[in-house]
Design a binder for this molecule. Structure first.
Ligand code: ZN
Length: 314
């Protein structure tokens, strides 16, 4: 059995920058590259297998034709999407629907639960999570009245922080942040407010009614905070960042060697700092791969930080 190395897909965004080149060494399409879709099989960004038996095939094809690699995990599409986000400028204030709303209103799409590990942040960085409206009526009146300063809840954010963003949570990444995002495989975003910016001379589309429909009120700050637990395993510290209804995400700081066997349908693995080897093959920051079902022990060596995720059954 082989590890499945993937080639990322890049997305130009009005708020994007060039750190995916300067920090990660990727060959990006331009200096406004906002997103690296590192492990994903969405029609808007379907990663290709980089090498080995399945070289050149899309992850969606593997999902359709080789479900055994994923432990027979149920579903008509690969469940997760892993991104690196380079926000040079502020992203719009946005919200995602849950599975039920997306299924009904978005052509059977999945909703989006997502989470952010902050890879880097500038001094005095903030991030938008939640809102200050007391109830749903106030959500509507604050949005319709453009009372953004009152409505938006902005909190400090530092390198190493972690946030869980449930469907219905107002959120926005602010300029100066680099993030590893683990999310459901969905591209449904409702834009509430875009700072009145223009793209090619026109404002980007807003989705005010859908946003009002799906924003949950009041916001509970504890919903975005997770209890992080860590344990020392061989030469590594493995920290569980979140376990929720759709995924479990862990961070591994390795300084030396670690041999680990996962009990999961499959594992998404991203190397985000440093370098080393995985199963004897050199890897460094920016490498992404999938460990297939029942691969067995994976031998890792070096000085590197990795984030892994495993799916939870819906
Ligand atoms: Zn989002």
């Amino acid at each position: 059995m082989e590890l499945i190395y993937l080639k990322p897909v890049f997305k130009q965004m009005i708020w994007g920058g060039n750190r995916l080149r300067t920090d990660f060494g990727y060959d990006i399409p331009g200096d406004q590259t906002g997103e690296c879709w590192a492990i994903g099989a969405h029609p808007n960004g379907d990663c290709e297998v980089a090498e080995g038996t399945f070289a050149g095939q899309k992850l969606s094809e593997l999902w359709q034709n080789h479900r055994e690699l994923f432990g027979g995990f149920p579903g008509d599409r690969f469940p997760l999407l892993i991104k690196i986000i380079d926000a040079k400028n502020d992203l719009s204030i946005q919200v995602h629907p849950d599975d039920a709303y997306a299924k009904e209103h978005e052509n059977g799409s999945l909703g989006k639960m997502e989470c952010w590990y902050i890879l880097d942040a500038k001094k005095d960085q903030t991030i938008v999570i939640g809102h200050n409206a007391k109830n749903h009526e106030e959500v509507q009146s604050m949005i319709e009245g453009h009372r953004w300063k009152e409505f938006i809840r902005e909190v400090p954010c530092r390198k190493g922080d972690f946030f869980q963003i449930n469907p219905g949570t107002v959120h926005a990444i602010k300029g100066g942040t680099l993030i590893l995002e683990t999310q459901q495989n969905s591209d449904i975003t409702y834009r509430v407010y875009d700072y009145d910016r223009l793209q090619n001379g026109k404002p980007r589309q807003l989705h005010v009614q859908q946003s009002i429909d799906v924003i949950r009120a009041p916001f509970h700050p504890e919903d975005a905070e997770t209890t992080r637990t860590s344990e020392k395993v061989q030469d590594a510290v493995i920290e569980t960042l979140v376990t929720c209804a759709r995924y479990q995400v862990q961070k591994t700081e390795l300084n030396g060697s670690l041999t680990r066997t996962w009990d999961a349908p499959f594992v998404n693995l991203s190397v985000l700092e440093g370098e080393g080897t995985i199963e004897g093959k050199p890897v460094k920051k920016g490498v992404h791969l999938i460990i297939p079902y029942q691969y067995g022990p994976v031998a890792m060596r070096g000085n590197m930080m990795m984030i892994t995720s495993t799916p939870e059954k819906a």
